[in-house]
Design a protein around this ligand. Structure first.
Ligand code: SF4
Length: 361
């Protein structure tokens, strides 16, 4: 697998005319590259666009992010899931303020040493924001290169990613002056072109749009009609299914929320109190009494599911109306009125139950 100007040149020219207009693209601000790349790790581009603009408006630079309250940060991240990404952004911003004069370092090595920044994101920031000649290999790039070189190895295998990364690095290391002069932003252009081709032409599901591709005519998988077989991806381990019982406890005007432990799934976020397994009405009422509350009425809410990366929650839920809850709550619990609940950051796993009280308005 040797990447050469024969592949790079037509791809960059295609990118320059076909790239999508995205709010973080070509702004020249490393902060934009960083925030957008982190948001895009697990979330679709169309959803990220508005969230990115909102985030940038509220937290326009690294010091603002470092000083942001956890509540505000979680609210800005609400609905995007994988909240550890947001926590790492803030942690990282604080390190940048303390050690890097509130700016992102320029080399991929330094970037990859920061919280939440892996090799791909480090390569993307270094190349796009600073023009460093380093690869940025994500799932899109792996798929595109595997198809072009007709590489039928398992793309979950780390050795495949290492080969693709090495091939692009070798291309940068031996790049001719002529090509560098033709494209002064070569690393930024080429890395983004590979990602963009994978995102909009050499797409993962269904048929790639080979007739629109700048590599049509030289791509191995296309020439040999193997685009449905390449890339090969071995099956993932099945997600573990966890049954949960969720308690929406309210005293008529206020809802009781509980802070999750500081470690583990949804660490430190507020939830409707919940228990492992499916609990009977009697068990639910006993649990509410154990919190020092007096239940008046219980009713079942709709079932719901939420998918995390390795776990799937299957939830049954109850609404429990209690006598007036006094402010002397057990540690880790808060009371919110309906208006406060609406603007409070609650993980998307609980949105079915949070939304239940607003959809009926
Ligand atoms: S020709 Fe088709 S399979 Fe090959 S890189 Fe282009 S879109 Fe992908």
């Amino acid at each position: 697998m040797i990447f050469t100007p024969l592949q790079a040149r037509p791809l960059i020219i295609w990118y320059q005319t076909h790239k999508r207009d995205l709010p973080w693209r070509d702004t020249g601000d490393p902060y934009d590259v960083w925030i957008s790349e982190i948001m895009l790790q697990q979330t679709r581009v169309e959803f990220v666009k508005d969230r990115f603009l909102q985030f940038r408006k509220e937290l326009p630079d690294i010091p603002a992010l470092a000083d942001c309250s956890d509540e505000k940060l979680m609210k800005l991240w609400e609905g995007m899931g994988y909240y550890s990404r947001a926590r790492n952004l803030k942690k990282c911003a604080q390190i940048l303020c303390d050690n890097y004069q509130a700016s992102l370092p320029k080399t991929a090595e330094e970037l990859a040493a920061l919280p939440g920044i892996g090799p791909y994101t480090a390569g993307a920031i270094a190349s796009i924001a600073y023009g460093q000649p380093v690869p940025a290999v994500d799932g899109n790039v792996l798929r595109v290169i595997a198809r072009y070189f007709e590489d039928d190895r398992d793309i979950r295998d780390a050795a495949v990613k290492a080969d693709v990364t090495a091939s692009i690095q070798q291309f940068y290391d031996s790049c001719s002056e002529e090509l560098m002069n033709e494209f002064p932003d070569l690393p930024s252009l080429l890395n983004q072109a590979l990602m963009e081709l994978g995102a909009i032409v050499c797409v993962p599901n269904g048929q790639p749009k080979c007739t629109e591709c700048p590599w049509n005519g030289t791509c191995g998988a296309c020439l040999h009609q193997k685009t449905d077989q390449i890339p090969y991806r071995s099956a993932l381990k099945q997600r573990r299914i966890e049954q949960r019982t969720i308690l929406v406890i309210l005293d008529g005007s206020r809802f009781l929320l509980h802070k999750r432990p500081d470690k583990g799934l949804l660490a430190g976020l507020y939830e409707f109190p919940g228990y492992d397994g499916y609990r009977s009405r009697k068990e639910v009422l006993d649990a509410v009494r154990k919190l020092g509350l007096s239940p008046v009425r219980i009713k079942q809410l709709p079932d719901s599911r939420h998918i995390f990366s390795h776990i799937e929650w299957h939830m049954k839920a109850y609404e429990i109306l209690t006598d007036n809850i006094d402010q002397n709550l057990p540690e880790g619990y808060v009371l919110l009125n309906k208006k406060e609940l609406r603007s409070f950051a609650v993980p998307s796993a609980f949105h079915t139950y949070k939304d239940w009280y607003f959809l009926q308005e």
